[in-house]
Design a protein around this ligand. Sequence first.
Ligand code: SF4
Ligand code: SF4
Length: 97
Amino acid sequence: MAKKTMNRHEMPIGSIIKDPGCSMQYETGGWRNLKPVHDNKKCTNCLLCWIYCPDGCIKVKDGKIAEFDLKYCKGCGICAEECPDKVKAIQMVEDKK
Ligand code: SF4
Ligand code: SF4
């Protein structure tokens, strides 16, 4: 049975992860101030953002960007930075949650 997930307020001080292989339990999306907004019309589906996302929260279906999992996206902006300059299909915007 899957363990309950934890948000940043429920994590131990220093966000120390004591158990290996448990990243699914930590909702890193709770850290986010910015969120990625993806423009399907501009996107060339080169998948660079998918390769570079450190949290594996960009979902691909049939070789195309399908969605951004905001439960785990921590808003680092790496995807937007790595999206080619000629395309710039991802904008980081303030996340008012
Ligand atoms: S902002 Fe960071 S964590 Fe979120 S989708 Fe982009 S690369 Fe991944
Ligand atoms: S890096 Fe940019 S163009 Fe490439 S798949 Fe991601 S959003 Fe689309």
